[in-house]
Design a binder for this molecule. Structure first.
Ligand SMILES: [Zn+2]
Length: 521
């Protein structure tokens, strides 16, 4: 698992800062990890939560419902397959988070963190040519987790390995906020020493390949994806030096590993059979990842140009679709809405025979309408059927945003109420969805329910493991209720009692956390 998050997963400048941090006597800040001879599942989860908290609060953490849904759609079947095969034990399934974290970083990388968190760089999502290729990387990483490679590293190589790894990740994240602070104080030699210390062994890599391959094929992905991903990385290995492919550095592609894979796929292997629907849908989402990775003005302009070039019609359909999708996004970004609309219309025409791809294009249309300040058009495009209770998450989030942007009017009120109810139902079923809690806070505030809004804001912080922040919001809510007196609104009493309960729960959690920290000192 974690080797991939090893320092090489981060820009070199961040690595330097991580090493700086290592020089400090920091371990007391990290969760207790037992006697160092082994890391219990719950200790590993605590370390993971601590790291996740930093990532959630990092500006490069990407909250994108469309890409998250896509990633989740690939990730969930892999977890199910690993469980079915017994690699992922029931205990581990329950104790670990099993959460994916999207990170705005152009480098091609995915890394497993302690406790079942999986970071995925937009650069990886933008590079892969199919769901199968992405699945192969994730399956390999999941296998580092299920085989408990971190824990084995910590016992084999260094007694305090978890501390080092935790400190590194936290240091790297901190450095990302002030890259100049890192400086060139650390020499490459030291960096290399740490790197080799942190690397998974060749045996562990082989094991992650073997188990990952089985998990991936069990989940129904094309085995060829594993090989083509390797080949893609191999072909691109010349890019290593500029740091674009850190995954390669953490996973050197020995010819032996590639040969292993090819023999697993076998001579009579099924060739890549990707339905056109998957190809078009994937091409659009990969284009989205590339644009959101913030590649710089020139790269963005190149995509706009591609979509208008004389050779455009000669491109393969999936390339055309990707170019149009990217061009529409880029045009909207520079607030050229007529151009964004014309690319979107061309895109919709291109994918109209394909339901899944049409939906992806439609969601882009809704976003463009919102960016243009036309919430009514967004709602028309969304065309939510009031009779359908459960919307997919991207639709639900966009609906909420559109409703909030409607001018305040009596006619908008019923829609506000029904959308608030939809989001309330969603967070009840998905209490760890911070973005949904955020939408609930916005809608509650817009509909004049300040207590409910404050409570939802508290949950946003609690989900991101910021307990003091959550406590702060709840106390503000209590104070508000006290000053205003209860009973002005039907929901007030209920909201106030939920707030009291949550406040007590959080106080207990904070007390436990500080007791653990005290024990470490
Ligand atoms: Zn690996």
């Amino acid at each position: 698992m974690f080797l991939n998050m090893k320092p090489m997963g981060w820009p070199a400048v961040m690595l330097s800062a991580a090493l700086l941090l290592l020089a400090l006597p920091v371990p007391a800040q990290l969760p207790t990890l037992g006697d160092h001879s082994d890391m219990s599942l719950s200790a590993e989860r605590k370390l993971g939560d601590r790291i996740a908290r930093e990532i959630y609060h990092d500006p490069d953490y990407v909250n994108d419902p469309v890409l998250s849904e896509y990633l989740q759609g690939i990730w969930a079947p892999l977890l199910a397959a690993a469980q079915l095969r017994g690699e992922l034990t029931p205990e581990m399934a329950e104790r670990y988070a099993w959460v994916t974290l999207l990170i705005r970083d152009r480098s091609v990388n995915a890394f497993a963190l302690p406790g079942g968190y999986m970071g995925v760089h937009l650069g990886l999502m933008g590079l892969v040519a199919s769901r199968d290729e992405l699945a192969s990387v994730l399956a390999h990483e999941i296998s580092h987790v299920t085989q408990r490679h971190i824990s084995r590293l910590s016992t084999q190589q260094a007694r305090n390995m978890p501390w080092i790894i935790g400190a590194m990740v936290l240091g790297a994240l901190a450095a990302s906020k002030s890259p100049n602070a890192a400086g060139a104080l650390i020499t490459g030699g030291q960096a290399a020493a740490i790197q080799s210390q942190l690397n998974f062994s060749r045996d562990m890599e082989r094991e992650a390949d073997r188990i990952g391959f089985n998990v991936m094929t069990q989940a129904g992905y094309q085995p060829q994806g594993f090989v083509s991903m390797f080949e893609k990385l191999q072909q691109s290995s010349r890019l290593n030096d500029n740091g674009t492919y850190p995954y390669l550095r953490s996973h050197p592609l020995t010819t032996e590993r590639i040969a292993d894979m090819q023999s697993r796929v076998g001579a009579g292997a099924v060739q890549v059979i990707t339905s056109s629907s998957q190809a078009l849908g994937h091409a659009m989402l990969a284009a989205r990842a590339r644009v959101l990775a913030d590649p710089g003005v020139d790269a963005l302009q190149a995509w706009v140009d591609e979509a208008s070039s004389p050779q455009f019609r000669e491109l393969a359909p999936h390339r055309q679709v990707a170019a149009l999708y990217a061009a529409a996004m880029v045009a909207a970004k520079s607030r050229d809405f007529p151009k964004a609309q014309s690319k979107l219309q061309a895109l919709m025409l291109q994918v109209k025979a394909d339901a899944a791809a049409s939906r992806t294009a439609k969601l882009l249309g809704v976003e463009l309408a919102l960016q243009e300040g036309e919430p009514r058009r967004a709602l028309v495009l969304l065309s939510v059927d009031p009779a359908i209770d459960r919307l997919p998450r991207p639709e639900l989030m966009l609906l909420s945003q559109a409703v909030q942007r409607l001018p305040v009017s009596a006619s908008g009120q019923p829609l506000l109420v029904s959308t608030l109810q939809r989001i309330q139902t969603w967070v009840t079923q998905n209490p760890s969805d911070a973005e949904a809690w955020h939408e609930l806070a916005q809608l509650a505030s817009a509909s004049g329910q300040p207590l409910r809004a404050l409570r939802a804001q508290a949950e946003v912080q609690a989900v991101k493991y910021d307990y003091p922040g959550a406590l702060d919001r709840l106390k503000a809510a209590q104070e508000f209720a006290r000053q205003k007196g209860l009973g002005n609104q039907a929901g007030d009493y209920i909201d106030a009692s939920i707030i009291d309960t949550r406040l007590r729960q959080l106080e207990v959690q904070i007390k436990e956390a500080s007791r653990e920290q005290a024990l470490q000192r």
